[in-house]
Design a protein around this ligand. Sequence first.
Ligand SMILES: NC(=O)c1ccc[n+]([C@@H]2O[C@H](COP(=O)([O-])OP(=O)(O)OC[C@H]3O[C@@H](n4cnc5c(N)ncnc54)[C@H](O)[C@@H]3O)[C@@H](O)[C@H]2O)c1
Length: 264
Amino acid sequence: MRAKYDFSGRSVLVIGGTTGIGRATALAFAEAGANLYVAGLGAAEGRSLIEEVGKRHPGIAIEFAEVDVRSEDAVRKFHETAYERFGRIDVAFNNAGVPGRTAPIHELDQADFDLITEVNLRGIFFGMKYQIPHMLANGGGAIVNTSSLFGVMGYATTAVYCASKWGVIGLTNSAALEVARSNIRINAIAPGSTMTPLLTNMFGGEQSARDTVLPSLPMGRIADPSEIARLVLFLASDEASFITGQAVIIDGGGFVAGADKTVA
Ligand SMILES: NC(=O)c1ccc[n+]([C@@H]2O[C@H](COP(=O)([O-])OP(=O)(O)OC[C@H]3O[C@@H](n4cnc5c(N)ncnc54)[C@H](O)[C@@H]3O)[C@@H](O)[C@H]2O)c1
């Protein structure tokens, strides 16, 4: 039976919500009754998300802003606007991420390093920087940050991506401790391979992604973004009231299966 959560009357920020896991999570929050303020890149995808939510869940308030999380100013303005619009934000999902260039570390340059860390790690720092004061002032909240299975292991040709995702868990652990007595819970998700534009970009297409990752997946399939969304809703919900500072792996058994087969 699929778990159902009730977020009616709650307001949720989804940053990195135009496609993939973020979009599926925005749709799941809308289905659970939450009002939504979504950020990400891609004005057309943002508009189509608003249309899709409007058709499926006409009672839901949803807005979209194209925000580049590499800009602190843009992230600050997005939060200020969201607080003005909704009054109170209960949940934030910091999910924006890029795969970056897939290559051995000695073939990467500073621009590769900067892009990956500025989006995947510093973007989440900016998110929490502007979410936590609001939640402290309003009596609490829940934050979920997107790490990765690559945030708990290494993988040849994705060293900087892995470093950024290990960093997300460090930020999550520590920030969770800072607000543990303030009714704010902060957790991370660590998804394994999930069929999204990021995965296909990382491995050079859908078929190539399947060929590369399927052999190391015990369940023999790649996750659907909606499966990751359900974990985000759980961690953001009162059902997870005693869970904080965790990075929850959701990978169809890949991590416990041990070493992968990718030695470059
Ligand atoms: N797909 C996977 O297998 C997988 C596995 C583990 C973790 N993840 C993580 O999940 C998250 C979502 O990725 P996805 O797989 O759904 O891919 P995706 O490419 O579909 O989604 C990425 C989202 O991040 C946004 N984004 C990218 N750069 C941005 C920027 N500079 N500013 C603001 N938003 C930006 C995009 O607009 C999009 O909404 C990422 O953090 C990714 O690292 C994905």
